[in-house]
Unconditional design. Structure first.
Length: 289
């Protein structure tokens, strides 16, 4: 993860700043969406003065990326104000855009402060099984998709990798963190949080209908992703990702999430819409709750 977030600057210039990067190897060969959005944030951050950090982004996944090929990031310096800056980043492979994002950056300013409290009664991550214990029976290549991740994930109530055994409900919570310390750079932690934000956000939609990732013929693709950073936090410490889906219709589903530090500080909010297609004959849960 750290290697792919360390982009290379380019001497090539048009009216935009150009950066290049590589992808993590993926068992299915497609670029992980959270990677390319995190890289786009890093690229935009490289064009800003120190201490002006990302506070919001809105991005669209345009095409599936090829993890075996490099990615070029073009950053358009749309606006620089006294305390805010706006950047547009587009990610290209072989001259074709695969992701497009607009992000806003702000200097640290004083102001009003309130937050939605973290839910109570959630089991601690140490009291939940680790991911390796949840993957028995999976094909080795499919296991790699989960075990090669830089993140440790603990689902509440349980993951839906193989089955969705719990009562159908459009909500879940996930404890998450990267597997080792990554230093103290706050911009790196913000980018890594974007990377993590795409890992499980789709699952409240599937859980609402009793669907597991292993459902034969299930097709899921992220369409867009929005994120707001509220407060600084560390991704190498446990965070709670509270997720729910307010709606699914017409082959699309919407999910939203809030990310808290372990001590209850609201770090970020996330929203994502996905394309989800279920084969005919797959029985769905009768009534999402």
């Amino acid at each position: 993860m750290l290697a792919v977030l360390d982009l290379t600057g380019s001497d090539a210039r048009t009216t935009e700043d150009i950066f290049t990067g590589v992808s993590q190897r993926m068992p299915l060969g497609r670029v992980y969406g959270g990677q390319v959005l995190a890289q786009s944030i890093v690229a935009a951050s490289r064009t800003l003065p120190e201490n002006r950090s990302v506070h919001s982004m809105h991005g669209y996944f345009l095409r599936p990326g090829d993890a075996s090929k490099g990615i070029t990031f073009a950053v358009d310096r749309i606006h620089d104000g006294r305390s805010f800056s706006t950047r547009r980043t587009q990610a290209f492979q072989e001259g074709v855009p695969i992701f497009s994002m607009i992000a806003s950056f702000q200097d640290e300013d004083p102001g009003l402060d309130h937050q939605e409290p973290m839910p109570e009664g959630v089991p601690a991550p140490e009291d939940l099984p680790d991911i390796e214990a949840q993957l028995e029976g999976l094909h080795p290549m499919t296991k790699r998709l989960f075990l090669d991740r830089p993140a440790d994930l603990r689902h509440v109530p349980s993951p839906i990798y193989l089955t969705a055994d719990e009562e159908a409900t459009p909500r879940q919570a996930v404890w998450m963190k990267v597997r080792r310390p990554i230093g103290d750079d706050p911009d790196l932690h913000r980018a890594a949080l974007a990377y993590l934000s795409d890992l499980t956000i789709q699952e409240s939609i599937l859980r609402a209908h009793g669907l597991a990732w292993a459902t034969p013929g299930l097709k899921v693709a992220s369409l867009d992703h929005a994120m707001w950073w509220h407060r600084a936090g560390r991704v190498d410490e446990w965070m709670l990702y509270v997720q729910e889906s307010p709606s699914a219709r017409g082959g699309r589903g919407l999910s939203s999430g809030r990310i808290y530090s372990r001590d209850g500080v609201l770090l970020a909010s996330v929203a994502q819409e996905i394309m989800v297609r279920v084969p005919d004959g797959v029985r769905l849960a009768d009534q999402p709750r």
